[in-house]
Write a new protein. Structure first.
Length: 373
């Protein structure tokens, strides 16, 4: 079988991976020289802990296992089973963490409630002020800026993979074929469009009224910390954002302790991951109303810096990079992804939102199984 995959972000690359793994030939087309969208502008988190139960959690857990297996074969992916700590400061935040540990699916997530001394023993870089943390052993991380490149190199070694960068697909031609802006026709047995937040042009023509929205975020990266941050780190504002923590304890937290104005305005949480070079990737904000601003604003970065320094008990290393990114998210939050046949032999797969890096291996596996690859 010959599979045409359009879009070289993490979702498209994992679709190419599934096809090659199953013995098929893949032509992989990307409008940029290589991925430049949300797939390289994220934390690299394989984030199981905050996922809603049911299908979303099942997808995340399956994807986490797939990431680990792929990481064993592609060391440059940078996979590490580092877990995460969601740090709590007071009784109201701790109550949300306690409720999470009582969930029926807590064991599958690897939840455990830790006291402050246990947190410092697990992650000695956290020497600041906090009361404890929710530990999620199943969380992991990869290196987002290099992951797609490493996967493409591994795919190329198969002899059944061709990557065509710098080509924008303009038309779906008949069944199972697309034409790019070089005028070249690419024919296959199946075409999968994994175009991320690119929802205009051909995507709009093929799928008008798509139930997917775009979300913008801001992030930053520091110089090397100078020591190992042994886990990913979140603050309790992430309880407000991730569906796994919904319940009366979270309602009580929201009523008693509103977010600081800057965090509320920008719909913020702290997520922090150490990169392979020792620097820290820190974020993030959420902007939903379009048209998005074209610049980054400083107040959220100042807020994040203050939160991180409180947890580390030391000044944050110098910030070396700041950026914004846009991802595509299903408007129905209960849906993990939007998968639609837009023409015979042509499928659109988009909308995992902030779950894209976490869930892509399992989402690609579901597509492959569903299409009989």
């Amino acid at each position: 079988m010959r599979v045409i995959v359009v879009g070289a972000g993490v979702l498209g690359t994992l679709h190419a991976w599934q096809a090659v793994e199953r013995g098929h030939e893949v032509v992989h087309i990307e409008r940029e020289a290589e991925a430049r969208g949300a797939s390289v502008r994220n934390f690299g988190l394989v984030w199981v802990g905050g996922r809603a139960g049911g299908a979303e959690l099942d997808t995340a857990l399956r994807a986490r296992d797939l990431w680990e297996r792929i990481g064993e074969r592609v060391p440059r992916l940078g996979f590490r089973a580092n877990g995460s700590l969601t740090v709590v400061r007071d009784a109201a935040e701790r109550a949300v963490a306690e409720a999470a540990v009582r969930r029926p699916d807590a064991a599958s997530r690897g939840y455990k409630l830790l006291g402050a001394d246990e947190v410092r023993a697990l992650n000695p870089a956290l020497r600041g002020e906090f009361a404890g943390a929710l530990w999620c052993e199943r969380d992991a991380a990869v290196e987002p800026r290099t992951a797609q490149r490493a996967l493409r190199e591994a795919l190329s070694a198969s002899g059944r993979y061709t990557f065509l960068g710098g080509r924008e697909v303009r038309d779906a031609v008949g069944e199972r074929a697309v034409r790019d802006d070089h005028g070249d026709l690419h024919e296959g047995d199946t075409v999968v469009l994994c175009t991320g937040a690119w929802l205009g042009g051909l995507v709009r023509e093929l799928a008008p009224g798509l139930p997917v929205r775009r979300v913008r975020l801001q992030m930053m990266q520091t110089a090397p910390l100078g020591e190992t941050l042994t886990t990913s780190v979140a603050d309790a504002d992430s309880f407000r954002y991730y569906p796994a923590y919904a319940g009366p304890e979270l309602d009580a937290l929201a009523a008693a302790q509103p977010q600081p104005p800057v965090a509320a305005e920008h719909r913020m949480q702290l997520l922090m991951v150490q990169r392979a070079d020792g620097g820290l990737t820190i974020g993030d904000t959420h902007e939903y109303a379009t048209p998005f601003g074209f610049d980054v604003v400083e107040d959220p970065y100042e807020h994040l810096t203050s939160v991180v320094e409180t947890l580390l008990g030391r000044p944050l290393p110098a910030v070396r990079r700041r950026w914004a990114g846009v991802y595509a998210q299903c408007t129905d939050p209960s849906r993990v992804v939007h998968r639609q046949r837009v023409r015979d032999g042509v499928w659109l797969v988009t909308g995992p939102g902030g779950r894209g890096m976490t869930c892509s291996p399992a989402l690609a596996e579901d597509t492959a199984n569903g299409l009989g690859w």
